[in-house]
Design a protein around this ligand. Structure first.
Ligand SMILES: Cc1cc2nc3c(=O)[nH]c(=O)nc-3n(C[C@H](O)[C@H](O)[C@H](O)COP(=O)(O)OP(=O)(O)OC[C@H]3O[C@@H](n4cnc5c(N)ncnc54)[C@H](O)[C@@H]3O)c2cc1C
Length: 462
């Protein structure tokens, strides 16, 4: 019996795809930088089918590439072109099993789309606070496996901080079931942390329990322009002093990024002042939030920290302000793409880092333009560069990453390593750290069948 026949026996004929037409949407990454050729795409319908597929692949030494919504920005979910890797899509495992408004938890399968999970939480006045522009497609298994960040990290943390329980299929097909709804659980090692953010290289997430928070009754969204990044950080401090942890988002957009949105979507910020524009959102359940935000922003204008400012008067207006921020990635795509960097530095180092990067890298390449935006409240910038044809992209990225490391930052704040940054991880982490990563990989996936060559290469190198 061939492997394909055995796989069809496990999940049924209609859930194993092999034709070019059927596999097309599974083989390229969101940015279109990588395209692979799998043996097949398989879509198990439950955890037992998933475990049987993994067991069979383990026996046959076939590599598995887990895939969620395939929106990842590090090309971790696409196969290589050997024709021997299997794409395992979690899309059919998309049930929400339980929403508990009292315990404030949601239990759901890995293939559930993030937006569907958010809506289920909202229906009982709770909020799943993980949010970013691809939330209509990204899946829960994908956000857990990339430890996704997004626009609410400032207040609620990364995905890791919201995972209470996990169900994982290990490399040999064993199922680890720990779908606990507990806030406190110090019994032994917290092994689930190993799988969160491991990008499908240590296990396959099949279900999870996530922590919810009370849905705030009031939200105030505002847009402000500032002259420079020092003013942006002064505003961050001012608003945090005055509004405390009601601030959920503190995002930044460069003028160049906004120009791209204007050109490709016809959307413009309501003012032209300032080199940088901030999007600030505060949320709370007690009344008085709007007045508090108005007072702080009036103070910021008086002190010349902010140059211009608007506060959304309706949900519709707030959504339009958010569109400016969320359309940037797609506008860059339409403009022909950018050389992307997803970096973080200590928050107070952001202005110096950007000054240095602009002066030493971008300004020195004839015709280069930077589109910088991101989660400045977390010290996380998407430092993307439009380059003239023929530019040495690798050299530019390496120089930028060297500056990041010199600033004690990270070369991947939230998008992960995938296959896009494998060599850069090797270059920027110490040999001791890399050896620890390889030891963990060898221990959890000794035959290297789970998403090989993503995050780490040379797993068995000594
Ligand atoms: C427009 C846009 C905006 C974005 N904004 C943000 C942002 O603000 N913050 C942020 O953090 N990210 C952002 N992202 C990237 C983000 O990481 C992904 O969108 C999301 O987390 C990945 O989910 P996915 O289901 O699409 O995973 P995929 O892309 O399918 O997979 C991502 C990785 O996880 C692995 N994987 C997927 N599912 C499983 C599973 N069940 N078990 C084991 N491994 C699995 C894959 O093998 C791959 O390595 C953005 C992406 C886009 C396109």
């Amino acid at each position: 019996m061939t492997v394909l026949t055995s796989l069809r026996e496990i999940v049924g004929d209609t859930h194993v795809f092999t034709s070019l037409d059927d596999v097309r949407s599974y083989v390229s990454d969101w940015r279109g930088l990588y395209t692979g050729r799998p043996l097949c795409v398989i879509r198990p319908g439950n955890v037992d089918e998933c475990a049987s597929v993994v067991r069979l692949c383990h026996e046959q030494q076939l590599a598995i590439v887990p895939q969620g919504g395939n929106t990842g920005l590090a090309a971790g979910a696409v196969p290589d072109d050997s024709g021997r890797e299997i794409v395992l899509s979690l899309a059919r495992m998309n049930r929400i099993r339980r929403v508990d408004p009292v315990g404030m938890t949601i239990e759901l399968e890995a293939g559930c789309v993030l937006k569907t999970a958010q809506d289920a939480a909202s229906s009982v006045m709770r909020m799943l606070p993980i949010s970013f522009a691809a939330e209509g497609t990204a899946q829960v298994g994908g956000i857990i496996s990339t430890n996704a960040g997004g626009v609410n990290v400032l207040r609620y943390g990364m995905t890791r901080q919201l995972v209470l329980g996990l169900e994982v299929v290990r490399a040999d097909g064993t199922i680890l079931r720990a779908l606990r709804h507990l806030r406190k659980d110090n019994a032994g090692y917290d092994w689930k942390q190993l799988f969160i953010g491991s990008e499908g290289t240590l296990g396959i997430t099949t279900a999870a329990v996530l922590r919810l928070v009370p849905a705030p009754r009031h939200k105030v969204t505002s847009l402000l322009s500032v002259a420079d990044l020092d003013s942006a950080l002064a505003l961050l401090k001012l608003t945090q002093d005055a509004l405390g942890d009601t601030i959920s988002s503190f995002e930044i957009m460069s003028r160049q990024s906004l120009d791209l949105v204007r050109t490709h979507f016809g959307l413009a910020a309501p003012f032209d002042s300032g080199e940088w524009v901030l999007l600030l959102e505060a949320a709370a359940s007690l009344p008085g939030l709007r007045e508090a935000v108005e007072n702080v922003l009036a103070g910021a204008l008086d002190a010349d920290l902010a140059l211009d400012c608007v506060i959304a008067e309706s949900e519709d207006q707030a959504a339009r302000l958010w569109n400016l921020r969320e359309f940037i990635s797609e506008a860059e795509h339409r403009a022909g793409g950018t050389l992307k960097h997803d970096i973080s530095v200590p928050i107070s180092s952001v202005p110096a880092f950007v000054r240095e990067a602009m002066a030493n890298i971008v300004s020195r390449v004839e015709g280069a333009r930077a589109s910088i935006f991101g989660h400045i409240g977390d010290g996380n910038l998407h430092f993307n560069v439009m380059l003239p044809a023929g530019s040495d992209k690798l050299a530019l990225s390496r120089t930028l990453h060297d500056l990041v490391i010199a600033s004690e930052g990270s070369i991947s704040a939230e998008h992960g390593i995938g296959q896009y940054r494998v060599e850069e991880l090797e270059r920027n982490r110490s040999p001791q750290e890399m050896e620890l990563l390889r030891t963990l990989k060898r221990s959890l996936d000794p035959s290297n069948t789970l998403n090989p060559n993503k995050v780490l290469r040379r797993v068995h190198a000594t």
